[in-house]
Design a protein around this ligand. Structure first.
Ligand code: PGA
Length: 262
């Protein structure tokens, strides 16, 4: 089989965790444990740490910073919000959009997310777009239809072909996020191959082959290697385990090891 040309990525979504000093220590430990690395490592600390995180990681190869969200407008009277342009000005290169917690707790729907994706791309930020079904949708065998609608309305509607190479997709079944339950490697592979077919339908085979797809939902050192061996899984979006330097480093090492097995 042809060598996979897609970029491999391990992204740590810190969510609303770590104060300034804790964030700095975590980044320094990760830099220490991971130099050099062959995969793309992305760290998503809270907004107020972005600038410092970028400073700490500047010049460190394959280590980039992401925001966990951005607003769809460039500026204005939106108290408490942070625009894509502001994120970009910190040096961050990525932004996570459409995370299930944003959808669930902040009412973000696919129409809004498509605007956020456009706002991010206008600022040369690379979106890591999250999709995934809830437990009841999986039990009703609606997981494919759910993910298809999320991608079509939230992502494909917003991204022209020429900007598609900036996009990373993260599939995270909601029932696996923060619950300790993981999709089996077979379930993950099934959905990532389905997502590849959707990208192919929308953007053609070549771009579909190049699209990095991350798996998420309770990724940890114990299950990372099995997930990363799946043909259509190019890495992970890691929540809880990204807050412990040792666990996150072990996950990145599992991804590096999967490179030689591909
Ligand atoms: P988890 O979170 O690894 O803690 O399940 C993943 C995510 O929400 O991105």
């Amino acid at each position: 089989m042809a060598q996979r040309s897609r970029q491999r990525m391990a992204a740590g979504n810190w969510k609303m965790n770590t104060d300034y000093a804790e964030g700095r220590d975590l980044i320094l430990q990760i830099i220490d444990g991971l130099q050099p690395t062959d995969v793309q490592v992305v760290l998503a600390p809270p907004f107020i740490q972005l600038r410092n995180a970028d400073n700490l990681t500047r010049g460190v190869s394959n280590l980039n910073i992401a925001a966990q969200n951005c607003h769809q407008e460039t500026h204005g009277a939106y108290t408490g919000e942070v625009s894509a342009a502001m994120v970009r000005s910190t040096g961050a290169r990525y932004v996570i959009l459409g995370h299930s917690e944003r959808r669930e707790y902040f009412g973000e729907d696919d129409e809004l997310l498509s605007k956020k994706v456009q706002a991010a791309l206008e600022q040369q930020l690379c979106p890591i777009f999250c999709c995934g079904e809830k437990l009841e949708e999986r039990e009703a065998d609606n997981h494919r239809a759910t993910v298809e609608a999320q991608l079509e309305q939230g992502l494909f509607a917003a991204v022209p072909s020429e900007q598609w190479p900036q996009v990373t997709i993260a599939y995270e079944p909601v029932w696996a996020i923060g619950t300790g339950k993981t999709a089996t490697p077979a379930q993950a592979q099934d959905m990532h191959s389905f997502i590849r077919s959707l990208v192919k339908k929308a953007y053609g085979e070549e771009l579909a082959e190049q699209t990095t797809r991350l798996d998420g939902g309770s990724v940890k050192p114990a299950n990372a290697a099995d997930l990363f061996q799946q043909e259509d899984v190019d890495g992970g979006l890691v929540g809880g385990a990204s807050l412990k330097a040792g666990d996150f480093i072990a996950i990145v090492k599992a991804l590096e090891a999967s490179l030689s097995e591909a």
